[in-house]
Ligand binder design. Structure first.
Ligand SMILES: [Zn+2]
Length: 315
């Protein structure tokens, strides 16, 4: 279908004198799908894969670029299936900001195959020392954003990638990144204080999938999970039994469910809690932020929610 957008410049000239909202007219040519540049601003398009990375995009470039997020709140990046519109965004993006380390399993393959613009994998950096997983034959653990020091590296890499496609605004990206990284330092300091108030022997965190190793290392909490670093496969019965024994032997006070994983994994956590006599300590946000306006609608809010939930339950 030949879209009016293709004649945008000519159309803009025509409409200047008519004061007709261009966005309204253009919205009629997209069959309900968003076009890549719906208001014809000529802004470069940046596509972010996960909600955590979309948050970085909003902080650094929200008003300056045409920013798009692929995954919405509550979606699981390990098993997210691309929609046709996502593929269009991947093809048309000037820049894609993604986690990498195989977090975005299917999405990552399509980006490798189809992206025409630049791609920045924010977790793939020599300064980030990746952790492995016992049950994934040494595959790197992709959940690096849970260490605020590593999340600052994400911010730096995003800042540099944005500056690369939009050199006119380098100073703004630098200033915003600097201010945001200061907020992340404050978050980290606050979080360490909150965790320090939990007696050391009670700092045991048991969750649905193994997303919190970097978090545990950063905040000095022991971390265990019923499923591995990906959510794709069900855990083996012996792994479940091992976890149940551990919860009993160590006297773990509580287990935690997660917002973005399959019900089957959260159900297993419920069952282990029941059979071991521990309680469900609450819901943690692992691989996705919460809905806009929720307690976890930004990275900083999400971290504060998780840390407060743990401290309130384990103290
Ligand atoms: Zn995960």
């Amino acid at each position: 279908m030949i879209c009016l957008r293709q004649n945008l410049k000519r159309l803009k000239k025509l409409l200047v004198g008519l004061a007709v909202p261009i966005g309204l007219i253009l919205s009629g040519c997209s069959n309900g799908e968003q076009s890549a540049d719906p208001i014809g601003t000529g802004k470069k398009m940046v596509v972010c894969t996960t909600t955590m990375i979309h948050d970085i995009g909003k902080v650094l470039a929200g008003d300056l670029l045409d920013l798009r997020g692929i995954m919405k709140a509550g979606e699981d990046p390990h098993i997210y299936e691309l929609k046709p519109h996502d593929t269009k965004l991947i093809i048309e993006a000037d820049l894609i900001l993604m986690n990498g380390l195989h977090l975005e399993a299917q999405v990552g393959h399509v980006i490798e195959e189809k992206a025409r613009g630049r791609v920045s994998r924010l977790a793939e950096d020599p300064r980030i020392v990746t952790l492995g997983s016992e049950d994934a034959a040494g595959a790197p653990d992709p959940h690096c954003w849970f260490n605020p020091e590593y999340f600052k590296i994400y911010v730096e890499k995003a800042r540099d990638a944005l500056s690369g496609i939009d050199p006119d605004n380098v100073e703004t990206y630098n200033n915003r990144a600097k201010a945001y990284m200061k907020e992340l330092d404050e978050l980290f300091a606050w979080g360490k204080k909150v965790v320090a108030a939990i007696p050391r022997e009670q700092r045991i965190m048991v969750t649905s999938h193994d997303a919190f190793q970097y978090f545990g290392k950063a905040f000095d909490i022991e971390v265990y999970a019923v499923a591995g670093i990906s959510t794709e496969q069900d855990p083996a019965p012996q792994d479940r039994l091992k976890l149940e024994t551990l919860v009993k032997e160590r006297g773990a006070k509580a287990l935690f469910v997660e917002t973005s994983v399959r019900d089957a994994l959260n159900n297993m956590i419920q069952q282990i809690a029941k059979s071991s006599g521990a309680k469900i300590g609450g819901t943690l946000y692992s691989d996705s932020l919460g809905e806009p306006g929720s307690v976890a609608d930004t990275y900083i809010h999400m971290m504060k929610h998780n840390l407060s939930t743990l401290a309130d339950t384990l103290k």
